[in-house]
Design a protein around this ligand. Structure first.
Ligand code: HEC
Length: 260
């Protein structure tokens, strides 16, 4: 009797409607959340790439000073590198590396990266200040690798920053791309229709661990050609055979993995 009452019939339909509506809104909220999480992660990854680039650029801008055999103490300390990098980072990103209201994860990772820069500069003062030696092997790529290695010691369970390259261009075996990087470089970054400077980002495993992974392409400019240009195979000042690259070619990739 009771189940025949009109109210009793309408109620379940109303409930189903509510549940369906609830599911849809929970789903779209989850999608919106995922989108905004991804935007935050992408921004963090790009900022880590930016700070690495700016610090590396300070080493590049001071290469003649570093290579000067006449000068001992050069004053190129971690504090100096960080100060110049910080200023150029601020111009590029509109915010300094650390600021009030910054996300906790980004703040932790950027802090660790700044510490890594300081540590690498401190560890290499005797090399940089050595008198009587011109070329000391302290070039932006080496500096960058050392900073990324130090960063890995500090934050490797949270994030990994690496400078890699298409496999045939790799000099240091530590820079070799993993399978995922090889695939993205081949299928996207070096494909004919990939827009210049376009970033690739996706959910993908890093050494079997779920991660958000971002690849930032880097191209050879005039300044790279003395070492990475032609004639191919000729030994450059650092002792490596030149790659035969040309200005504008994809020369490398900054690869950032943010662990889930
Ligand atoms: C003075 C020579 C020299 C110049 C100039 C130079 N590089 Fe390199 N590059 C090297 C050396 C040496 C390494 C290997 C560093 C290491 O031991 O990790 C390297 C490594 C790299 C790597 C990492 C992958 C690898 O092969 O190990 C990339 C990417 C790269 N260079 C790109 C560039 C770009 C882009 C420029 C110009 C903006 C540039 N390089 C300028 C000498 C140079």
């Amino acid at each position: 009797m009771c189940f025949a009452a009109p109210g009793g019939l309408r109620r379940p339909i109303f409930l189903i409607g509510l549940i369906a509506f609830g599911l849809v809104s929970a789903f779209s909220a989850a999608v919106a959340q995922a989108d905004s999480d991804e935007a935050v992660e992408l921004e963090t990854a790009l900022r880590l790439a930016s700070l690495l680039r700016e610090a590396r650029a300070v080493i590049g801008a001071n290469q003649d000073l570093i290579n000067d055999p006449e000068r001992g103490e050069k004053g190129l300390t971690g504090a100096v590198v960080l100060e110049v990098a910080r200023e150029n980072y601020r111009k590029a990103n509109g915010v300094p590396p650390l600021y009030d209201g910054q996300g906790a994860r980004e703040a932790a990772l950027i802090s660790a990266q700044m510490r890594a820069i300081g540590d690498v500069m401190a560890e290499n003062q005797s090399t940089i200040n050595r008198e009587g030696v011109g070329f000391k092997g302290f070039v932006p790529a080496v500096f960058g690798r050392l900073v990324n290695e130090r960063f890995y010691e500090l934050e490797g369970d949270q994030a990994v920053i690496k400078v890699t390259a298409p496999p045939h261009l790799v000099r240091n075996r530590k820079a070799r791309p993993d399978d995922w990087e090889i695939g993205v470089i081949a299928d996207h970054l070096t494909s004919e229709d990939w827009p210049r400077n376009k970033i690739f980002a996706a959910e993908a495993n890093y050494k079997g661990q779920p991660a958000y992974r971002v690849l930032v392409p880097e191209y050879y400019s005039e300044g790279c050609i003395a070492c990475h240009g032609g004639p191919k195979g000729e030994i450059d000042v650092t002792g490596y055979p030149k790659e035969g690259g040309q200005v504008g070619d994809l020369g490398g990739v900054i690869s950032i993995s943010l662990m889930r």
